[in-house]
Design a protein around this ligand. Sequence first.
Ligand SMILES: Nc1nc2c(ncn2[C@@H]2O[C@H](COP(=O)(O)O[C@H]3[C@@H](O)[C@H](n4cnc5c(=O)[nH]c(N)nc54)O[C@@H]3COP(=O)(O)O)[C@@H](O)[C@H]2O)c(=O)[nH]1
Length: 707
Amino acid sequence: MFHPKSVTLATVLALFAIGALSWEAHRDYRHAEVQLPAIARMEKTRADIVHFDEVLTMSARMAAATGNPAWEARYRRFEPRLDEAIKEAMRLDPDGLQGSAAAKTHAANVALVAMEHRAFEMVRRGETGEAQRLLSAAEYEGYKGIYAAGMTEFNRRLSQASGSMRSQREANMRRSAIATTARAVFLILGASYVFVLVRRWQAFIVERNRQLSDKSAALTEMNDQLDRKVSQRTNELTEAVRQHKLTAEHAEFLAYNDSLTLLPNRSMFSKLLNQSVSLAQREGKQLAVLFVDLDRFKNVNDTLGHEAGDLLLQEMAARLKSCLRATDCVARLGGDEFVLMAPSLNGTEQLAALAHKILGAVARPFTLRDHEFHVTASVGISVYPSDGDDERTLMKNADIAMYQAKEEGKNTFAFYCAELNTHTLERLAFESSLRRALEGQQFRVHYQPKVDCKTGHIIGVEALLRWKHPDFGPVPPSKFIPVAEENGLIVPIGRWVLETACRQHVSWREMGLPPLRMAVNLSARQFYHEALLSDVRSILAETGMAPAFLELEITESMLMRDAGKASEVLRAFKTLGIRLSLDDFGTGYSSLSNLKRFPIDTIKVDRSFVRELPSNAEDRAITDAVIAMGKTLNMTIVAEGVETQGQIEFLRDHACDEFQGYYFSKAVPATTITDLLAAQPRTNPHGTLAVWDVKSEFADSAFAMAS
Ligand SMILES: Nc1nc2c(ncn2[C@@H]2O[C@H](COP(=O)(O)O[C@H]3[C@@H](O)[C@H](n4cnc5c(=O)[nH]c(N)nc54)O[C@@H]3COP(=O)(O)O)[C@@H](O)[C@H]2O)c(=O)[nH]1
């Protein structure tokens, strides 16, 4: 309601007023205190005068009456006291003794004293009667009366003075009481105010301290945080510097060493070989280079995984090192290729002995995950100066010799000889152009239609890879697929085919064309590759291809290589909703029991059985049996390599489901399939062979295009 400052001001003013009042009243009280003895003295003086006067009068009269000198002595004792009392009274009221009344009183008193003195002399002379008469004479009484009247007046004045002084004192005392109360109020109020002030000051100090302590805590926390950040950052920087150093050291190490085996790498080996060639040149000595390639290492990698492959390589590196002398050197060039340099060996025999030692070391059993493996190597040897006088030539010729060793059946070694060169170089050139084909976009996928036996409609296609070499033109798959399979390139190539086929299928669907089954071939290497499933999954996800339209074609021989693993992979595909087709059926270990073991949807009768239909009785029987077997297991039967009307009729009569072959079309580019699908009647109510009806028109053109 009131502003705190107003309250404070009012309180201070009130305290000031009360203090002033209290101070004033206190002065009155002090004054009254001073008055009190004066009043007391006045009253005592009054009493003394009366009393001493009576004592003197009585002593004089008694002396006169008795003649006893004791009374005179008593008189003499009290006489000065009366004088003293009268002087005191005059001091207390000097005015009262001025004037004629005072003079008369004084004179009367002097006369009385004189008469009394005379009376004493008389007594001493024994004239007591004379003395009595003197003291009862009229003169004596007259003076007594004057003196008494004067004294009465004097008493009245003193009494008046003391009375007024007393009432003044009482007033002072009352004011003093007020002062005491005021002082009490002042003290209480003042104390309360001071208490309130002190409490407020305390609260202020506490609040200030709290804020300061909060600020201090916040500052401490900030300081701590800063300390922590600084220390963390310092650690990070120290770690970064350490890591940087390590990385730099590691990078330097990796620049010249192989990270897996820690052996020198290709560039380090080149340097060392260069130096050794120069030395051999100066000293007129020989120098051998041994190229070592593990046989079928890629199979280990693909079937057991890269981890196992890495362990194998590390073990092989250690074994190769153990074959060397102190002056020799071994390096890993990459993959499963190692190279050794032996400057200290002379002659073919010593080199052959080293090659044998290497082959023996590599061939020792290798145990991995409780399984024993046997790996072999092929070794190619070139010798300075006969097979080359520089590092590059020696390396190239050792490589060629190594290919020769492989050609000779692997697990062996071969010395370089110039005649080898042409053949091996061709093979190397072919391999390297195959490696470049994928990057160089030299591959295409063509599609061969599969036709429904009853309607003649195209109900599916098989994706077939085509390679057009920039210099040599089209290369048949039968030539490059086995090489790609051998060197492992089939894995990335096969992935590309699958992705291309899936994209094409989605594109046809987006054009509104009828859905086809898209068959894609898998090679053995691909099938057992650890990344196959994840590759298929991601390709389906990336392209948006519906798995139900994808059919993966595999061969019986592939399945029989590792039936357990194969069954696992096939079931995983089935879980994804992908169809599975068994290619080249009848050429391998075809049996009903095998067929039942695997979740196969389609079997393809190999074209070798179709070729001589219907004339060849054996092919007729086989084809009949294969179709019957497939039907028993509710599988779709596709006949491959259908080229003649006779084959069609035989197959249709034996309840084959689909045809694939040149009779209808070779594998053609996607655009041709687009045209064929667009021209194809959507329905065929009569169940006639619609495609044959138009066969001559489109099949010829398709054939022409494919050719
Ligand atoms: N792993 C992969 N293998 C593939 C891929 N692309 C092809 N191949 C395999 O290469 C082999 C040769 O194939 P290709 O030269 O394409 O021959 C196919 C057809 O053109 C041929 N064919 C079809 N109809 C007839 C016919 O009426 N007569 C006749 N003489 N030949 C015909 O058959 C091959 C298809 O055979 P198949 O795969 O067994 O169905 C071949 O083994 C291909 O599999 C690929 O991308 N990956």
